[in-house]
Design a protein around this ligand. Structure first.
Ligand code: FES
Ligand SMILES: [Fe+2]
Length: 453
């Protein structure tokens, strides 16, 4: 039986085949039910550490965070940490954050700017290009031991459209091939012109895949986030790309098809009208006409403030969320105004703990009529000028990431799901068509774990 047996779904927005919005051809990922131990066992976590994380391209940062040579940022996944640093020739290099002398972390800050890196243990110094610059009391070392001039251990690093990726594996395919997305898909958003305006890393008591799975579907919206129904369609268009990548288009500014009244404008819709300068009091359209009205207003506003790249966007892109999943642990909410990057990062030791990291990027526009959209969930008073790079806010287990009601609901739910999946009474997830992205992800993961990739 095909996984896509039901004609009634998936939803298709009907975009032309050559458009980036087009529904992708179905991929049949079968009907396997995976053993739930993948969500809690130490053995499975160790397999991921050995066969998954070192071999995939991982989103390590954004180029706008390190504009000048010597600017660096760090990235941590499980037991590994990396320094990502801008070079004098503007290229970007990445290194394990490990001193070749006795293994200390060379860089102790999360980000910064440096002319060189000096290890705090015995003072060995390394250039921003990773090369060894000096060994303290070098004459006390037998020259044969240090003849290779041990520098920082480099990993592959590449970027696409302002987003930086690293890869620990020399044999992995090049980044663009690996990502599986059509050419220009990421680039069109010009993320390199966006700035991180909010950055939170919150610890959740669940396996990292419980996180990915939950954010890869809108099936749970009417149940966990019923308040979204007035302004969001939960039957999203789901698209599967090669190598585990996927996308769901979530129509926004529109009421869920589950709501009977498609005439009167929902208060959330009214808010979105107001946000783009349309007075909801005088708006004469129905609820079904709000999405288009907002799209038109955004197009006009873009012209007015000189955002020429809007011409590349479809109308749908101006309102909808293109939630784009990069295998294995990233989802990016792509919008013309900004991009909401979420990373699901495993803990180094505990399979039932992950870090939900959100980096909110915004393209500052110097025009009073241009407002930061509410979907970004930015706390009051957030500086969106792009002039100050905010520090990462670390949120401990059990505390709210403070990113709005919807994410609080997820944060509360997932630790409960985690308890359930490790029950003896749970036999493994049963995915419906609305969860095809989840299956696509879990299937790709199995290829790595089983040695097929
Ligand atoms: S561990 Fe770095 S200088 Fe000794
Ligand atoms: Fe959710």
């Amino acid at each position: 039986m095909s996984a896509n047996y039901q004609a009634k779904w998936p939803m298709d927005l009907g975009a032309p085949a050559e458009s980036l919005e087009a529904k992708q051809p179905d991929i049949d990922n079968g009907l396997d039910v995976y053993p739930p131990s993948r969500y809690y066992s130490k053995e499975f976590m160790d397999l991921e550490m050995e066969r998954l994380w070192p071999r995939v391209w991982l989103l390590a940062g954004v180029t706008s965070d390190i504009p000048e040579d010597g600017d660096y940022t760090t990235f941590e996944v499980g037991r590994e940490q990396f320094i990502i640093v801008r070079q004098e020739d503007e290229s970007i290099k990445a290194f394990y954050n490990v001193c070749p002398h006795r293994g200390n972390r060379v860089c102790l800050n999360e980000s910064g700017s440096a002319a060189s890196f000096t290890c705090a243990f015995h003072g060995w110094r390394f250039g921003i290009n990773g090369k060894l610059e000096s060994i303290t009391d070098e004459e006390t070392f037998d020259p044969r031991l240090i003849a290779h001039r041990p520098g920082l251990n480099e990993v592959r690093c590449d970027s696409v459209g302002g987003i930086i990726f690293i890869n620990m594996d020399g044999k992995a395919p090049p980044l663009r091939e690996y990502l599986g997305l059509p050419d220009g898909y990421i680039e069109q958003y010009e993320v390199d012109k966006m700035k991180v305006v909010h950055h939170v890393r919150s610890a959740w008591k669940a396996n990292w895949k419980i996180g990915v799975d939950a954010f890869y579907e809108t099936y749970h919206l009417p149940h966990v986030h019923p308040q979204t129904q007035g302004v969001m369609e939960d039957f999203s268009q789901n698209d599967l790309y090669p190598n585990g990548a996927s996308r769901m288009i979530v129509p926004i500014c529109t009421k869920s098809h589950r709501i009977e009244d498609q005439e009167s404008v929902d208060p959330y819709q009214a808010f979105m009208l107001a946000e783009v300068g349309i007075d909801p009091e005088t708006f004469s359209g129905t609820a079904q006409e709000v999405r288009e009205a907002v799209q038109q207003a955004k197009r006009e506003r873009a012209k007015k403030v000189g955002l020429d790249h809007y011409e590349n966007f479809t109308d749908g892109q101006l309102t909808d969320s293109w939630a784009t999943g990069l295998f294995p642990n990233v989802q990016m909410g792509m919008h013309p105004e900004g991009v909401f990057i979420m990373r699901f990062l495993p803990d180094a030791d505990d399979p039932e703990l992950f870090y939900y990291e959100t980096m909110i990027l915004y393209r500052p526009v110097d025009d009073p009529s241009y407002k930061v959209p509410a979907w970004m969930g930015l706390p009051e008073g957030t500086d969106t000028s792009g002039e100050v790079r905010p520090d990462i806010i670390h949120v401990p287990v059990g505390e709210s990431p403070n990113l709005g009601e919807v994410l609080d609901q997820d944060a509360e739910l997932l630790p409960i799901v985690q308890k359930g999946v490790r029950s003896r009474g749970f036999r493994g997830s049963l995915y419906g068509e609305q969860e095809q992205r989840v299956r696509h992800f879990e299937t790709e993961l199995d290829r790595y774990i089983n040695g097929d990739k």
